[in-house]
Design a protein around this ligand. Structure first.
Ligand SMILES: [Ca+2]
Length: 408
């Protein structure tokens, strides 16, 4: 037991900016006039096979931010046990699915939290460390017909599992599990967690660099390793899946150089990919990959932490973040979503936050320049954002509550 405790403690000490590792609230800076620092539109990643096509500035993006004073985060439901993800099945049912880290998924419908879980797999979820547990959820694009959904959790030995389950109505059978992929985790932290279907129908997975601090095995830059990556697999062919022919390295890897991509999302209007990559000790970053860019983008870790040299110096092949903020403003970025709901003044704004400080920013691109602005401060700890079938925006908090963005 003593050996286990030492193993668990070291990585957290060695890595102040790790995922969900920092339990305390970081005080906000005295003034909120300072915005996160911005970089210009990122360079196009090196193209392994075909010529890239940069999309124009996404359509239907507001050129300015709404007055955040006109909005608030209203409590949707409370009393959850460490909710870490909010997802929709997009099956017309209007249900929200809330992950509880220990291993259950709960349904919220018409603002009511169901007493019976959608599924509970705590018998196989290993959540003995802060960044471990049931971490991510995605519904198959044809969920309404096939009932398939996919989860990312840490299981036996703390290793990552990507599994498929099948639902019927408001319940899913834990015995329906089909394990698609297991990835060994050398340390308890930096497990990533994101599971998202892309507009191309492939399943994208966010995996961290394996943990400890400073990427000791240099997984981020190793395109043969599955850690420190965005993976892309075809779950509709092959057994249990196949590798798309246009993956850049002949394996599951789609993009690399990531430290802990806890949350990623696609804008369903533009097809752009947004990544919140948790920083080491100083810089939290948002990465952006325009639609139709070929695979093989290198987001820099551990050569770079944000736009700053870590193991090395920047070069033209690295895709630097479109926005970053220092640990004066938080401790661990929680990637969000481009708002596509019913409030037109928010349309096209990418909303992201910080787990510790509870600060929530908006991010837009105007005339090719990125602009980010503090929209809300210290709402609550932010574990994940989520959207419903109408595109309305939510976030979950360690305090057991799920909030929805609404006009006052
Ligand atoms: Ca980076």
């Amino acid at each position: 037991m003593k050996r286990l405790i030492i193993l668990l403690t070291l990585p957290l000490l060695a890595c102040g900016g790790s995922g969900l590792a920092v339990p305390t609230i970081t005080p906000l800076p005295p003034t909120q006039a300072v915005s996160p620092s911005l970089t210009d539109t990122p360079p196009i990643p090196e193209t392994p096979t075909t010529q890239p096509t940069l999309t124009e500035v996404p359509p239907a993006v507001m050129a300015q931010f709404p007055d955040p004073g006109d909005y608030e985060w209203k409590t949707l439901v409370t009393g959850l046990d460490r909710p870490v993800d909010v997802q929709s099945a997009f099956d017309g049912s209007g249900r929200l699915f809330i992950i509880e880290k220990y291993g259950a998924i709960r349904i919220v419908k018409d603002g009511q939290l169901s007493s019976e879980p959608f599924i509970n797999i705590d018998d196989r979820v290993n959540d003995y460390s802060n960044e471990m547990g049931l971490l991510g959820l995605a519904f198959h694009p044809e969920f309404e017909q096939n009932g398939y959904f996919y989860v990312n959790y840490t299981g036996e030995g703390g290793h990552t599992r990507i599994s498929r389950f099948q639902a019927s109505g408001d319940v899913a059978d834990p015995a329906s599990e089909k394990i698609l992929l297991t990835v060994d985790q050398p340390f308890p932290n930096h497990n990533g967690g994101a599971v998202v279907f892309g507009p191309d129908g492939y399943l994208y997975l966010g995996l961290g660099d394996g943990g400890a601090g400073g990427d000791p095995f240099k997984n981020g830059q190793d395109t043969t390793a599955l850690l420190g990556k965005i993976l892309r697999i075809d779950v509709n062919t092959g057994a249990p899946y196949s590798i798309p022919a246009d993956n850049p390295f002949g394996n599951e890897v789609w993009a690399y150089g990531l430290r802990n991509p806890w949350r990623i999302s696609f804008d369903h209007v533009t097809g752009d990919l947004w990544i919140g990559d948790v920083g080491q000790g100083q810089w939290e970053e948002i990465d952006y990959l325009p639609a139709n860019i070929p695979g093989g983008a290198n987001f820099g870790w551990s050569i770079m932490e944000g736009s700053h040299g870590y193991d090395g110096e920047p070069d033209a092949n690295l895709l630097l973040p479109v926005v970053e903020y220092s640990h004066d403003f938080g401790c661990s970025v929680t990637g969000g979503y481009v708002y596509r709901g019913e409030m037109p003044e928010w349309n096209g704004i990418y909303v992201y936050g910080d787990y510790c400080s509870g600060t929530i920013w908006g991010l837009i691109q105007v005339d090719g320049q990125w602009q980010s602005q503090v929209m809300f401060e210290a709402v609550a700890t932010i574990t994940s954002f989520g959207v419903d079938e109408s595109g309305e925006l939510y976030f979950s908090s360690d305090n057991g509550t799920v909030y929805i963005l609404a006009r006052k």
